[in-house]
Every structure is written in C-alpha cells, then in structure tokens.
Design a protein around this ligand. Structure first.
Ligand SMILES: [Zn+2]
Length: 556
C-alpha cells in the first residue's frame, strides 16, 4: 500500500505525547506517524508531498454543533447585519438598518415579479436580527413596504423567530383570536408580524415549507461540505436532523459517503421537527440508526431543544430574569418541552445508550436538563454517557459543578461574545451576567470537558473565529466582555479539535494527528500558537486533508 509523507512548516498534533512535527506519514487514509522525514522513512517506500511545506497543519477542526442549514440557507437571500460569505465565495454585505433590509427585499421582490413568479409564492429570506436596530424593532408594517400582496417571511439569525408581512398574516389566517403561543401582539392587540418559536412559525405554512424544502436538497448538503472545507473543518454535525426518515438517511448517505464530499458528519435525531413518530418513539429510531454509521457518516447522538434564544428573549433564564426586554414581554422565555416531561424523555434516550445533547441557552433550562440527567442516572446508572449541555450560555458555576459530578459535557456558544455580546450587556441579561456568559474558563477550572461552537448557520461556520471569541471575548463594538472567562489559544485549539471529538464519541478516531487516527488535517497559512491572539480569526485557510486526500478551498 502506498505511503505518502506530507511535509509542513509545522504540524501541531494535539497529541500531548508528540505535540509537534514537520512531517506526517499517511497510508490508506490513516496516520502512520508524525515526526521528521527521516523517522517516517522507516515506513518503507513512499512519496513525499511538499504541497504544505510552507503551511501549518492542525487536526481537522471538529464542529459538534452546526446545522446543514449552513449550506442550505444560501438558496435564499441573506438580510443579516454582518457581512457574510456564501459557499461559492460571494460576499453578501450586511444590512445595517431596517431601511437596508427593506430595500434588499424590494429588489428581490421586483425580480420575482418580473420573472413571473406567482404573487402567492412567498419571498423567504434569512439572517435578520431586529435586536441590532436599536431605534425601533422591525415588524410587519415595515415589510409591507416590500409587498402588500406577496407573503414575505424572514427567518431570524437565531432560527427561533421570524418576522412576516401583513399579506402573510392575512393569507395564513394569523389573527389575535389564535391561542398559539408565540404569535406576538402589538399595542393594538393584533399580531405585529413577529412569530416566536416553532409552533408560531409553523403557522406560516407555505413559507416554512419552502424553507425546509430548500434544506433537504443534495445541493444544500454539498454546499455545507464546501463551507466546512473552506474553514478547515473535517467533521461537522447536523444538530437538528428531525426524525430522519429513511429517504433523508439515504440522502445523507448518498452525499456524505460520496468520495468527493469533503467532510465527515454526525447527524442527530432531534425533537424539533414534526414527523410521524412521537417524541418518546424517537429513542428507538436513534438507536436503530447507529447501525447505519460509516467512516464518514455517524448516527447515535440525539438532540433535545428545551428553550429558546436569549437575543430573541425566548430563552428560559432564572431570577432576576431579562434586563431590558421589549415592551409587552411576558417576563421569561418559552419552554419548547414541558420541564416535567424532561425526565421521561431523557431516560428514554439514556437507557438505550445514546448520547443526549440538549439545547439550553438559559440557565433555568440548564437546571432542568441537569435534573433530568441526574434522575436518569439514578434509575439507570451508566458511565461515560457524555450527555452535553448545548450552548450553555448562562450556565452558572454551581451548575458546572453538578455537570462535573454527573459526567456531563458543555458545548459553549463562544461566538455569541462577538455577534451579540453588546446586546447581552445592554439589553438581554445586563452587564454582570453578560460577563459570565459562555464561561469557558469556569468549565476548564472545574474540569468539565468542553468544546466551543458556531451553531452555523446561526453564525458562520469557522472555528478560528469561534476560538478567537473564546480567547479574546471581544464584542462587535470592541468591548472585552468578561476578561476572567478568557482561555488561552492552546486551550481553545483543544476545544475545537479533541474537545468536540469527545462529545461526538469520535475522539479515538479524530481530533488529533497521531498514529492510527484518520488523516484529517486543517491546513493553515499561519501558526495559531505564534500569531497575535487577536489575529487568530484572520489566519488564512488553505483547505483541509480528509482521509489523506488534500481538499483545497479554491476547488468548487
Ligand atoms: Zn443549533
């Protein structure tokens, strides 16, 4: 079998016994060893590949909380606040005001009309977050300037809320008579166009069908793989796979197992999508899917969504609650699963040996999940379960201590520091709690295994930025928010490689460059341990190596 030795300026292996090298030998997609060319020549006949001679290799980045939507959403127009790069390299400029959002949507509406698209076909866009527009909140009446005939639906950046126009409210019969939670009402007592969380968003039947239809194409999954490769990721997740019917599993398999698809993927069964199975039946589905796993495609992780979004004011937080919420806010967020049903749901997954990842943005949600795990462990003791608090944004020190005692992990949404840190300090939770958000240093000090994540497409997939946030905790306005929760670059690199691999139960195969593991590398133009930590996010990414095969980010 042919042996290839890749040379590099430096290889950072994340293997503590053999941390650095300048060459790595690969055979049949796996690492033979890291060291010098002379040492590795002992593996016999080989070819030397100098493509990376001036570049730096790290273990391929592992994203344990992202979504296929990171590829899919680009089939729809982007109206978010920050500039964002599409999988094909196109940069969409950010919309910095309500007027800019409306103007972008007006030109798209004009194109749809000129192209003969029927007026009943909704305009669906994504990426909005009205919390950035400090002078006023965006509602239906603003979107009526886009069209008074065609339904307009904008998925917020958080994916937990949407804003729609009056034509959509009328065509979908969304009125103040509905008892559906999350249909936000204005001061006149009528729906104002904001739909909060899935039961309310699902009322926009045609728009959400169009949105989910776009997510379930082969092209969307391929785009997701390209986004991953371009950012140095070799393993990605789909943390909201829904019920994963056979045809969806076949689609993941068709795409990810294709030899050209540039990443491994861990796909969850999740509670957040409708389907033929009841929530308690999902445990059996998740367990049987483990048999479908391959080298590149993994099943066996389940995802529960327990509360909403902090910046959408729908996360469940404990006293003293929200700092400066919008007028009419009910005082706390929304439960997406009734807290008193969590123990039974968690036990149903736990007893089948599955790893449970639970979305908890607020600390009240974290508490409910920890309680449920504790109860499950009392009833069905199990070691090394790696149940993980996802997002973990307001998790308190006492909760981290309980998580440590129960063998739980944290996947911390560090990117929030940049994207919403200013808003958390000024509006959602106030200065003190904002300084303690996404508390990587506390997790580290208390020995809770943790990783950090982008939740792409909520924020862009890209672990150098995610790590930069955990290291610098700098907000979009340049404020350092919570200096005591900063971690070092080396600690952040661990979180985005082995830390994330551990939570996916893949750390014996990926997450470090060492003998026997998959030859999955991130190929960088600079050394993250040498550059100014403030420049971490600006390091260029050449691409990746997946299973020994180079994947340049310039390839289509
Ligand atoms: Zn998510």
């Amino acid at each position: 079998m042919p042996v290839t030795i890749f040379t590099a300026k430096r290889i950072i292996t994340m293997n503590p016994a053999n941390p650095y090298g300048t060459a790595v030998a690969v055979r049949e997609g796996r690492v033979l060893g890291v060291g010098s060319i002379e040492e590795l020549s002992g593996w016999g006949e080989h070819t030397v590949d100098d493509t990376f001679a001036d570049l730096v290799l790290l273990p391929g980045f592992v994203e344990a909380h992202s979504h296929g939507a990171a590829g899919a959403m680009w089939a729809m127009p982007y109206v978010g606040y920050f500039d964002r790069t599409a999988p094909d390299g196109t940069v969409w400029s950010g919309c910095r005001s309500i007027a800019e959002v409306v103007s972008r949507l007006q030109s798209i509406e004009a194109e749809m009309s000129a192209g003969g698209v029927d007026d009943s076909d909704p305009l669906v866009a994504w990426g909005l977050d009205p919390i950035y527009f400090s002078d006023e909140r965006m509602y239906a009446h603003h979107l009526d300037d886009v069209s008074t005939v065609r339904p307009v639906y904008i998925q917020h950046a958080s994916f937990h809320l949407a804003t729609v126009n009056t034509a959509l409210l009328i065509s979908e019969l969304i009125t103040s008579d509905l008892q559906t939670p999350g249909v936000d009402l204005g001061s006149d007592g009528e729906p104002n166009g904001e739909l909060q969380e899935r039961p309310a968003m699902a009322l926009a039947t045609r728009a959400t069908a169009k949105l989910y239809g776009a997510m379930e194409t082969d092209e969307a999954l391929w785009a997701y793989g390209h986004v991953a490769r371009n950012a140095g990721h070799t393993t990605i997740a789909d943390m909201g796979g829904g019920q994963l019917p056979d045809e969806r599993v076949a689609q993941w398999r068709r795409v990810v197992d294709h030899p050209e698809f540039p990443a491994r993927a861990s796909v969850t069964v999740s509670t957040n999508r409708a389907g033929p199975l009841g929530r308690l039946d999902l445990a059996g589905r998740a367990a049987e899917l483990r048999e479908e796993s391959s080298d590149k495609l993994r099943f066996g992780v389940v995802k529960i969504t327990l509360d909403g979004s902090i910046q959408g004011f729908t996360a469940r937080i404990s006293s003293p609650y929200y700092y400066d919420p919008p007028p009419g806010h009910p005082g706390n967020g929304m439960w997406l699963i009734a807290p008193d049903q969590m123990a039974e749901l968690v036990l149903s997954y736990h007893r089948l040996g599955l790893t449970i990842h639970c979305h908890c943005n607020g600390d009240e949600a974290t508490e409910v999940f920890i309680d449920a795990v504790e109860q499950a462990l009392e009833e069905h003791p199990r070691w090394d379960h790696r149940h993980t608090v996802q997002h973990c944004q307001l998790t308190t020190e006492s909760q981290y201590r309980r998580m440590k005692a129960l063998g739980m992990c944290a996947n911390i949404f560090s990117n929030h520091m940049f994207y919403w840190g200013d808003q958390h300090r000024d509006l959602t939770v106030g200065p003190e709690r904002a300084r303690g958000m996404d508390a990587c240093a506390t997790a580290l000090r208390l020995g809770v295994p943790f990783s950090i994540h982008s939740d792409a497409a909520v924020t862009p997939l890209g672990h150098l930025h995610v790590a930069w946030c955990a290291v610098n905790r700098m907000t979009a306005s340049g404020d350092v928010l919570g200096e005591h929760e900063r971690i070092s670059v080396a600690q952040a690199l661990h979180a985005i490689t082995l830390g994330a691999a551990w939570q996916l139960k893949m750390d014996h195969e990926i997450g470090s460059i060492e003998a026997g593991k998959f030859a999955d590398f991130a190929v960088l133009h600079d050394d993250p341990l040498e550059v100014d930590p403030m420049k971490l996010k600006d390091i260029g990414v050449w691409g990746t190596v997946l299973g020994g095969t180079p994947r340049s980010s310039s390839a289509s």
